[in-house]
Design a protein around this ligand. Structure first.
Ligand code: SAH
Length: 233
């Protein structure tokens, strides 16, 4: 069974969106993964299919109702569905490549996209939703965050990336940022490619890349660098 993503959203027309083109899009057409965008409003209340209401305790904005969301989740997840249930949320654990790999190795994901002020806390508890953030900034809805998560996951699925190797050497895979890249021309605006890369000496190239990656990581991401050193020894 291919990786199966079910996205619960008030804007299903945003999917597959950018995931319908390039590598992910071709893989979707081939059936290497499945994407289903489900309209939360189909489970709305009454003639107007209401999905939200005002925040308890007062404050501006609206909150997605727990009963509506729970019904949408239950309809998307038959008994025995082993997929993780994710809620895109700025309060969630920041997404990283390790979690992306875990999700890609599983049967799929059910992804709830919030809107407005967010969702009623009780449905997060009652349906054991795992809150996932894509960074410390506020989006207007969870859809773009879901697209980001799925893009990161789908490129790891078997058969999706033409050059399977390039999935292994990227930034973060070994706890480091990636080394710089160069291509032709050999000299551009007076700038040369580091000579070692043209030396044909494989070992020297590897050493240069490793050192460049370490230097970049230490300079730009002291947080990653510190974690790496403490987990290594
Ligand atoms: N009032 C909330 C923000 C709501 S933003 C707060 O301050 O925490 C509306 C919706 O956008 C959220 O429910 C969530 O689904 C999505 N969203 C916003 N920022 C996000 C982020 N950084 N990562 C993941 N989802 C996000």
């Amino acid at each position: 069974m291919p990786f199966h993503a079910s996205v619960l959203t008030l804007y299903p027309e945003m999917f597959p969106g950018p995931l319908g083109v390039s590598l992910a899009g071709r893989a979707l057409e081939r059936g290497d993964w499945r994407l289903e965008a489900r309209q939360i409003r189909d489970h709305g209340i009454g003639r107007h299919r209401t999905v939200d209401d005002t925040p308890a305790g007062g404050s501006p904005g609206m909150v997605l109702r727990p009963d509506v969301l729970a019904e949408a989740i239950d309809a998307a997840t038959p008994d025995g569905d082993a997929r993780p249930r994710l809620l895109m949320s700025p309060r969630g654990r920041p997404l990283d490549q390790a979690r992306v790999r875990e999700i890609a190795a599983g049967p799929g994901a059910v992804i709830v996209c919030g809107r407005f002020e967010g969702v009623d806390e009780r449905v997060i508890e009652a349906r054991a939703l795992e809150e996932v953030s894509i960074g410390d900034y506020i989006l207007s809805g969870g859809e773009m965050a879901a697209l980001v998560l799925l893009d990161a996951v789908v490129r790891l699925l078997p058969g999706v990336m033409g050059n399977a190797q390039s999935g292994q050497t990227e930034s973060f895979e070994d706890g480091l940022l990636e080394h710089p890249h160069y291509t032709r021309p050999a000299v551009w605006e007076g700038r040369e490619i580091p000579p070692v890369l043209a030396s044909g000496h494989h070992g020297a190239v590897e050493r240069w890349r490793r050192e460049a990656a370490e230097r970049l990581t230490a300079e730009r991401r002291p947080d990653l660098w510190a974690r790496r050193k403490t987990t290594k020894s």
